[in-house]
Design a protein around this ligand. Structure first.
Ligand code: 6R9
Length: 575
C-alpha cells in the first residue's frame, strides 16, 4: 500500500492551526465561544436562513458579496442584504400560496441565482427543501416528489414537461422561474409573484431539531431514500467550513457541486454562508477552459471539487493549465470518490497545491474523515476523523478491528449533522444502526497505525459514477420497462475517468434479437426515462442472468465475470 509519499506541513498562507490546536480547541470546545455569533445561542430560537444570511446583515457584512453567479453568458453578484431581501420575497410568496412550516418545497432546475434565493426563502418560512438534479427524467422526478408528498415545485418552463401532475395529487403549485406565454391552473409566474411580495419577513423560529432538508440518495435495493436533516446540522457544517475548508474573511470560495447533491448544499450553501464567506457558483456545463477561467478571473481562493472533475481537467492536458494563473488558490479539496494518488501528484504540479480529500455521505450531513489544512497528506488515504468524530473499522458484530484489517467503516452515533430520518421509512433508517452504537456506512476500508483511513470499496452494490451514487435497482427497474428487456442486472465497471461506469446485462424477450440499434434504443430509454447519468454506457445481452433461488439477480457474479475474478460462493445460485 502506498503512503507517506507526499509530506505536507503547513501550506503557505493555509491553515492557522496545527492538529494539536484543533484537538485542544475541540477538547475545550465551548459553545459559548464557537457559536457566540449565532443568534439561537442567545435567543434559543433557530432559523437556518437567518443564520445563513440575515444574521450577517445585522453586522459589518451587510454589503459584502455573498453570491457570485457565473456561467458562459451571465455574471451577477448579490450581497448578503440582497439575499435577505430576495429570500424574504420568496418566503412571502410561498406563504401566500399556503405553504406551512414542514411542507416540502422541491427544486428541479439548473444552477442559477434563483435556486439559491428560493431555497433560502423556503428555509426562512420553515419549509423543508428538496433539491433534485436537473438531469432527472420523468420517473426519477415522480418517485421523489410522490414519496416526499411535495406541495410546491420550483422549476422551469422546459423541465416542467417531466412532471406528470396527474400522478402527483399532493403537488399544488409549480413556480416557473423563466418566462412562458401562459400559466395553467396551479402555475405561478416567479418574476411577477416576486414583484408583488414584500421583502420583510420574520423568519419562522424553531429548534435545532426542526427538519430543513430532504436529499434523495440511492441504496442497493428499493427506491431512492429520502435522507432528512435538521437545522442543528448547521453546528457541524459551520465548524467544518471553518476548519476543513479553512474559510477566512476574504475568501472567494467555489464548490463545484450541484445542489442536487448533498455536497452542493452542505458545502455549496450552508458551510460557506454560515461562515459569512463569498460563495461562487458556476452554472452551465463542464469545460476545462471555462472552469480555469473562473478560477483565474474570479480569484478563487478555496476550491472544493471531486475526483472525476480533477481527472477530466488532468486529461485536458498540461498545455491547458499553463495558460492560466492559479496564484490566488490557497486551498483545494475533493470529495465523492476515491482520490487517486496520481491526481494528487498532478494537482500539485498543475496548481501548486495538494488536493485535500474529505470523506462523508448524504446521511452524515457533513465531513467525517478529512485532511485538515495542517495535516500530512498520505495519497490514497481519506485522512483522519474530524475532531470529535469517532470512526473505526468494525466487523459485522460491531467489534473494532486493529490497524490494517479490512472491515466496515463505521462512525460512533450521535454527531450534530447525522440524518434524523429516512422519509416514510423508519425500517430503512434502523438498518444503518443495526450494530449497536455505530452508524455503519456501507463502505469498506482499513485504518493504518497512525489513524489514517483508506477506502477500499462499497460493501453493497451501489455504483459511484463520476461521484454520483446510482442504485442498480432503479436502473434495472427502468430497463425492464422496455418492451425488449426480460431481465436486467446492473453493475459498476471500473473506469479511469469516471471511477465507475454503468454496465447492464440484459436478457431479451421472445421475438427480439440483439442489435446495435436496439442497444442504443434501450440506452436512450433509460437516459430519457430516468437520467443521463443513470444510462448504461455498456449493455451486454445474455441468454440468462445468474440468480439466487429466491430470484434475486446476482450482481456480484456478473461483476466477477466482467472483471475476470473468481465468482465466489455460488451455493444460493438457481441452477
Ligand atoms: C458526500 C458524498 C457517499 C459515498 C460514500 C463513498 C463515496 C465519498 C469519498 C468516497 C472514497 C472519498 N465517497 N467520499 N469514497 N473517498 N473521499 O459523496 O455523499 O453522494 O451520499 O456518497 O461516496 O462510497 O459512501 P454521497
Amino acid at each position: 500500500m502506498e503512503k507517506l509519499e507526499i509530506k505536507e506541513s503547513l501550506p503557505p498562507g493555509g491553515g492557522k492551526h496545527n492538529l494539536n490546536d484543533y484537538e485542544s480547541v475541540y477538547e475545550t470546545f465551548r459553545f459559548e465561544e464557537v457559536f457566540a455569533d449565532f443568534s439561537w445561542h442567545t435567543t434559543g430560537k433557530v432559523n437556518m436562513a437567518h443564520e445563513l444570511i440575515d444574521r450577517h446583515v445585522m453586522g459589518p457584512k451587510k454589503d459584502k458579496t455573498a453570491l457570485i453567479y457565473v456561467d458562459d453568458n451571465r455574471r451577477e453578484t448579490y450581497t448578503f442584504d440582497d439575499l435577505r431581501r430576495l429570500s424574504g420575497q420568496f418566503g412571502n410568496l410561498l406563504l401566500k400560496l399556503g405553504v406551512k412550516k414542514g411542507d416540502r418545497v422541491f427544486f428541479f432546475m439548473p444552477r442559477s441565482p434563483e435556486i439559491y434565493v428560493g431555497m433560502l426563502g423556503a428555509l426562512k418560512i420553515g419549509a423543508i427543501v428538496g433539491p433534485l438534479f436537473e438531469a432527472f427524467m420523468e420517473s426519477a422526478v415522480t418517485d421523489r416528489l410522490a414519496d416526499a408528498e411535495a406541495s410546491v415545485l420550483v422549476t422551469t418552463s422546459v423541465l416542467k414537461g417531466r412532471v406528470p401532475r396527474e400522478k402527483l395529487p399532493k403537488l399544488r403549485h409549480l413556480i416557473i422561474v423563466d418566462e412562458q406565454p401562459d400559466y395553467a391552473e396551479g402555475e405561478v409566474d416567479f418574476a411577477r409573484a416576486m414583484a408583488e411580495s414584500k421583502e420583510e419577513l420574520e423568519p419562522a423560529w424553531g429548534t435545532l431539531e426542526d427538519p430543513m432538508i430532504l436529499h434523495y440518495t440511492s441504496g442497493s435495493t428499493g427506491k431512492p431514500k429520502g435522507v432528512l436533516h435538521v437545522q442543528g446540522a448547521m453546528i457541524q457544517q459551520y465548524i467544518t467550513g471553518k476548519w476543513v475548508l479553512d474559510l477566512q474573511e476574504d475568501d472567494i470560495y467555489w464548490c463545484t457541486a450541484d445542489p442536487g447533491w448533498v455536497t452542493g448544499t452542505s458545502y455549496g450553501i450552508f458551510a460557506p454562508w454560515l461562515n459569512g464567506a463569498t460563495n461562487l457558483v458556476r452554472g452551465g456545463r463542464f469545460s476545462a477552459d471555462g472552469w480555469y477561467r473562473t478560477l483565474q478571473d474570479e480569484h478563487v481562493t478555496v476550491w472544493y471539487s471531486a475526483p472525476t472533475a480533477f481527472r477530466m481537467l488532468m486529461s485536458a492536458g498540461d498545455g491547458m493549465t499553463d495558460k492560466y494563473d492559479f496564484s490566488s488558490l490557497r486551498h483545494v479539496l475533493s470529495v465523492g470518490e476515491p482520490l487517486n494518488p496520481e491526481v494528487i501528484r498532478w494537482g500539485f504540479k498543475a496548481y501548486g497545491k495538494r488536493i485535500h480529500d474529505t470523506w462523508w455521505m448524504t446521511e452524515t450531513g457533513a465531513h467525517m474523515i478529512v485532511n485538515l489544512p495542517c495535516m500530512d497528506i498520505r495519497p490514497g488515504s481519506m485522512g483522519k476523523p474530524f475532531p470529535g468524530i469517532v470512526a473505526a473499522i468494525v466487523d459485522n458484530m460491531g467489534n473494532e478491528l486493529p490497524p490494517y484489517s479490512l472491515g466496515n467503516l463505521a462512525i460512533k452515533t450521535g454527531w450534530p449533522s447525522m440524518m434524523r430520518q429516512i422519509w416514510n421509512n423508519p425500517a430503512k433508517y434502523q438498518e444503518y444502526f443495526a450494530v449497536p452504537g455505530w452508524y455503519v456506512s456501507g463502505d469498506s476500508a482499513y485504518m493504518d497505525e497512525d489513524g489514517y483511513f483508506w477506502f477500499q470499496g462499497r460493501v453493497d452494490d451501489v455504483i459511484n459514477t463520476s461521484g454520483e451514487r446510482v442504485g442498480p435497482f432503479e436502473v434495472e427497474s427502468k430497463l425492464v420497462e422496455h418492451s425488449a428487456v426480460a431481465e436486467a442486472g446492473v453493475i459498476g465497471k471500473p473506469d479511469p475517468v469516471r471511477g465507475e461506469i454503468i454496465k447492464a446485462f440484459i436478457s431479451l424477450r421472445e421475438g427480439y434479437t440483439a442489435s446495435e440499434a436496439l442497444m442504443e434504443e434501450i440506452r436512450l430509454f433509460v437516459k430519457t426515462g430516468l437520467s443521463a447519468h443513470a444510462a448504461p454506457r455498456e449493455i451486454e445481452v445474455l441468454e440468462k442472468l445468474p440468480k439466487t433461488r429466491s430470484g434475486k439477480i446476482m450482481r456480484r457474479v456478473l461483476k466477477a465475470q466482467e472483471l475476470g475474478l473468481p465468482v465466489g460462493d455460488l451455493s444460493t445460485i438457481e441452477d
